[in-house]
Design a protein around this ligand. Structure first.
Ligand code: 5GP
Length: 191
């Protein structure tokens, strides 16, 4: 998606350790006008899939998932990264290793928010090694819901996640795929 690639080129900052900072428009300050265009693109890519629920993970997925949910006309559920005290009822739980923090988190969704009646599109900001997506996919499968696909904003194509998720037969659509990036400013996108 050219609009997103342009913003990454103009405002993205490549850090050591294969981390791209996009906090100017995506995961600290949020450009919801850009989010709207991204959501419309996901709506086109998953047009006939009958999506009736969007699943994401806190915190950075929530903004884009909310705008996407408006386009699809459905509710959005976000997986929480630790078990809060005010959560009752039964939970789906899994563990993921955070790419940016290098820590293992428990990830939970209350069972009442996901079930066999749901056709789920997973939305997230980044795809790196695929750990976060795999965790969300495990939760969808455990719930008995149908996984329609995954919509990612930025896939780092030089890391293992994209190939892993696609080899599982999951319909994965990334709006920008980075082929390579270096801290001195060079970012190359996949055609
Ligand atoms: P994965 O589980 O695929 O290794 O990493 C995906 C998660 O890590 C995303 O939810 C995202 O929050 C975070 N992440 C991975 N790579 C980057 C990156 O380059 N920049 C930022 N800002 N977050 C990232």
């Amino acid at each position: 998606m050219k609009l997103l690639e342009d913003r990454i080129r103009e405002e993205g900052v490549v850090k050591e350790g294969n981390v791209l900072k996009v906090d100017m428009f995506l995961n600290h300050q949020m450009d919801v006008f850009l989010f709207r265009q991204m959501a419309k693109e996901w709506k086109k890519l998953f047009a006939d899939a009958g999506v009736n629920k969007i699943l994401t993970i806190e915190a950075s997925g929530i903004g884009i998932a909310c705008i996407a949910a408006e386009e699809f006309g459905c509710k959005v559920v976000f997986a929480k990264k630790t078990q809060g005290k005010n959560l009752d009822g039964e939970l789906y739980t899994t563990q993921i290793t955070s790419f940016t923090k290098g820590r293992v988190f428990d990830v939970i969704v209350e069972k009442k928010f996901l079930g066999p009646e749901d056709r789920v599109l997973i939305i997230d900001d980044f795809l790196a090694n695929g750990c976060a997506l795999e965790g969300l996919i495990r939760i969808v499968r455990e719930s008995g819901a149908e996984l329609v696909g995954c919509g990612i904003a930025i896939e780092k194509g030089f890391q293992a996640g994209g190939a892993k998720i696609r080899s599982m037969g999951v319909h994965l659509e990334s709006l920008a795929i980075i082929e390579s990036m270096t801290p001195d400013g060079g970012i190359v996108f996949r055609e």
